[in-house]
Design a protein around this ligand. Structure first.
Ligand SMILES: [Zn+2]
Length: 325
C-alpha cells in the first residue's frame, strides 16, 4: 500500500509543529507557529495556514493529514470537546479541517499520537504495555495496552497528567477543575514557577542573577542553566523529576508497563530529570512491576507528536484502502 507523503501536525498548548513525512519517516518540510492566546477561529486559520505551507513546500503528493491536538476528544462524534490549555470548545475539528484542506484528515489527542510514534517506531518499539508522558506546557498522557493505543470509552481516557499526586496541591491549569494534579506540579509551567521561587531564595545563583536582571524565568531557561551546572536550576529540575517519579510509580502499579517514555520540551533536561524520577519509582512502586519497568527518553524528542500524527494518518489511509478493497 502506497500512502506517499502525509502531513503530521502537533498542536501543543503554546505552539504548533507541522511536517511532511514519507513512509520511511523522512521529514521533507517543517512549519512552526505560535498558538498561545489565540481565539478558536484564529487557531483554525493558523493551523490551515501551517499545513498549506508544508504541502506547498513538499516535492511529493500529500495524501492526508494527521492531527495531534491537546484536547479531550469524543470519538463518537469526532468532536474536540475541550482543551485544558487552548481555546477549543466543542469543535468538530476533523470535519472543519477536512473541509478547509480538501484532504482526508485523522485526529487524535496529541499524547496518543506521541505514544503511537514511540510504540511503532521509537523508544517503546516491541513493548506491549507502554505509558507515555509529555512534559511541556501541561503534562500529556498516552497508553498502549496489549499492543493497542488505549483511549477509554469515548476516546477521552489516558489523561495521566490529571491524576492527583498532592491532595491539597496547587489548583490545576486552564480548564481543569482539580488541584494537585501531576500537571499542576510537574509540567514545564510548574518548573518555571519553582525556578522563580528558587531564584528569589538564592539570589547569588545563576537563576537568581537572571531574575535580578529582569530575564523571564522560564522552563527552557531553567533547563539551560541546569545544564550549565547552576545548583538552583538543578534543584528546580530535580524537584520536577521527583514529582514526576511519584506519578510514574502510580502508573507502574496500575498498568505494569514494560516501558515508560518521557517526552516533551522539559525532557531537554535529560538525566537531570529522569534520574530523580527513577529513584522515586524504585522507592515507591510495587514489585515485580517496579523491577520490569524501563523509564526512557522519547526517541522522537520534541517531534514525537508530529511523527505520531503522521503515523496516525498513514495507518488511517491504509485502513481505508483495505476497507475499500
Ligand atoms: Zn488537572
Amino acid at each position: 500500500m502506497a500512502v506517499g507523503c502525509v502531513v503530521g501536525v502537533d498542536l501543543g498548548g503554546t505552539k504548533l509543529l507541522a511536517g511532511s513525512v514519507d513512509s520511511d519517516l523522512n521529514v521533507h518540510h517543517r512549519a512552526r507557529r505560535v498558538a498561545q492566546g489565540v481565539t478558536q477561529p484564529a487557531l483554525i486559520e493558523l493551523v490551515r495556514d501551517a499545513v498549506e505551507e508544508v504541502i506547498a513546500a513538499t516535492p511529493h503528493k500529500v495524501t492526508g493529514v494527521g492531527f495531534g491536538i491537546p484536547c479531550l476528544i469524543d470519538r463518537r462524534t469526532g468532536t474536540a470537546v475541550m482543551a485544558v490549555n487552548l481555546a477549543i470548545n466543542d469543535l468538530p475539528f476533523g470535519d472543519v479541517m477536512a473541509e478547509r484542506l480538501g484532504l482526508p484528515v485523522f485526529v487524535d489527542n496529541d499524547a496518543n499520537c506521541a505514544v503511537l510514534a514511540e510504540h511503532r517506531h521509537g523508544a517503546a518499539r516491541g513493548a506491549d504495555h507502554v505509558v507515555l508522558l509529555t512534559i511541556g506546557t501541561g503534562v500529556g498522557g498516552g497508553l498502549v495496552l496489549g499492543g493497542e493505543v488505549y483511549r477509554g470509552a469515548v476516546g477521552a481516557g489516558a489523561e495521566l497528567g490529571h491524576c492527583v499526586v498532592e491532595i491539597d496541591g496547587p489548583p490545576c491549569q486552564g480548564q481543569c477543575p482539580n488541584r494537585g494534579c501531576l500537571e499542576a506540579v510537574a509540567s514545564g509551567t510548574a518548573l518555571a514557577r519553582e525556578a522563580r521561587r528558587l531564584a528569589e531564595e538564592q539570589p547569588g545563583s545563576a537563576l537568581g542573577r537572571a531574575l535580578a536582571s529582569g530575564t523571564a524565568i522560564t522552563g527552557i531557561l531553567s533547563t539551560e542553566l541546569a545544564h550549565d551546572g547552576d545548583p538552583a536550576a538543578r534543584e528546580a529540575v530535580a524537584l520536577i523529576g521527583r514529582r514526576l517519579g511519584v506519578g510514574i510509580a502510580n502508573y507502574v502499579n496500575v498498568f505494569n508497563p514494560e516501558v515508560v517514555v518521557i517526552g516533551g520540551g522539559v525532557m531537554a533536561a535529560g538525566e537531570m530529570l529522569l534520574g530523580p524520577a527513577r529513584r522515586e519509582v524504585t522507592a515507591r512502586a510495587l514489585r515485580p512491576s517496579r523491577d520490569v519497568v524501563s523509564i526512557r527518553a522519547a526517541h522522537f524528542g520534541a517531534e514525537a507528536g508530529m511523527m505520531g500524527a503522521a503515523t496516525l494518518a498513514m495507518e488511517g489511509i491504509a485502513a481505508r484502502g483495505r476497507a475499500a478493497a
